[in-house]
Ligand binder design. Structure first.
Ligand code: PLP
Length: 362
């Protein structure tokens, strides 16, 4: 199987797996403690969680704290539902290409909602207006479907000047690009070669949150529930590894991206060619039946549009927002390149896909 779906998830890095195994001990081990217990076993587990927290914190700007969550979806829900301006009923502004974790959450709030416009290159309008009374702006750093890098620095500057909090969904940026500054930032371990089932919300000092989950008061009272030392340790090592290899990993995807543009010369790139993370290649070709392509080329794991939307049978919302027709969106595929993608994988995938497209007479 050739894995080209790195926006959906990434394989676990061997280093992260190794770190996790140590905290998955059985009855004969000393590593199964509850990190919130006061005895020695508990304190050992707590120490592992705190080491992991520091490693994860190194991904973020200085001056904030890391709250572990079960996923980035939970982190974004905590940020959007739990912050003071939203609870006070102030307006919320998001872009038209946010992940469902932000979009659906924002739509479910009773607060007035503004959708910031996005151009044909898949870039949010950095000068887009939001009404007076907006207390929270949420824009992602890298789009999960088309890989475009958003002008979040400028949006944060404007939000600050307007007295609004700024949330950044950095799920597709974390571990790949330096994370941009914001008031709250959500990430997910399984997008940077860490385990599934753990995410984090970074919160700038001074930003108050009302918890979604109440109970034992863990995570400074912001997120009750027993943490998994194994998941924390895996996320911590994955974060440390991603930081130490960031330039190397970026050079690798840059090179693969350039090669892919040659191999897929008959396709058109969706989204800006320059303002993008090169591990994401969203391509369209007129008349291609992507559903048939996916069933013909089962040796390659890739996605039709967004992995989240692909079960729905509906054309991608993001591709529609950037101006693609329903037919163009339906003829689009997303290839996700990553740390362990070899040149030969990409070449073989391209050959299999091109052969299947030719068989469709396209
Ligand atoms: N935000 C973006 C941009 C994503 O790509 C995803 C996952 O696909 C999420 C949020 C949700 O992350 P999680 O799987 O940790 O809930």
């Amino acid at each position: 199987m050739i894995y080209l779906d790195h926006q959906a998830t990434t394989p676990l890095a061997p280093e992260a797996r190794e770190a996790m195994l140590r905290w998955l001990g059985g009855p004969d081990s000393t590593t199964f403690g509850n990190p919130h217990s006061p005895h020695r076993l508990g304190r050992q587990a707590e120490a592992a969680v705190e080491v992991a927290r520091e490693r994860v914190a190194a991904l973020f700007p200085a001056g904030g704290r890391v709250i572990f969550t079960g996923s980035a979806t939970e982190a974004l829900n905590l940020a959007l539902r739990g912050c003071a301006p939203v609870r006070a009923g102030m307006g919320v502004a998001i872009s038209g290409i946010e992940h469902a974790a932000v979009e659906e959450t924002a739509r479910s709030l009773p607060n007035p909602l503004t959708i910031l416009s996005v151009d044909g290159d898949g870039l949010v309008d950095a000068e887009g207006e939001w009404p007076a009374g907006t207390g929270l702006v949420s824009v992602m750093q890298v789009n999960n479907e088309i890989g475009t890098i958003q002008p979040v620095d400028r949006l944060y500057e404007r939000a600050r000047a307007a007295g609004a909090l700024f949330v950044c969904d950095a799920v597709q940026a974390a571990g790949k690009l330096p994370i941009a500054a914001a008031d709250m930032i959500a990430i997910s371990a399984h997008k940077f070669y860490g385990p599934k089932g753990i995410g984090a919300l970074w919160v700038r000092e001074g930003v108050e949150l009302t918890p979604l989950l109440t109970g034992g008061g863990q995570e400074g009272g912001c997120r009750s529930g027993t943490l998994s030392p194994a998941l924390c340790a895996g996320m911590g090592v994955a974060a440390e590894l991603a930081l130490s290899r960031m330039a190397k990993d970026a050079a690798h995807t840059d090179r693969l991206f350039a090669r892919a543009l040659d191999l897929f010369a008959g396709w058109t790139l969706n989204g800006s060619a320059t303002q993008r993370y090169t591990g994401n290649l969203n391509l369209r070709r007129q008349g291609v039946d992507v559903a048939r392509l996916m069933s013909d080329v089962r040796q390659v794991a890739f996605s039709a549009g967004s992995a989240c939307a692909s079960d729905s049978g509906k054309p991608s919302r993001v591709l529609a927002v950037i101006g693609l027709s329903a037919a163009e969106a339906k003829g689009s595929i997303r290839l996700g390149l990553g740390r362990y993608t070899a040149d030969a994988d990409l070449e073989q995938a391209a050959s299999l896909l091109e052969t299947a497209v030719a068989a469709q007479g396209r």
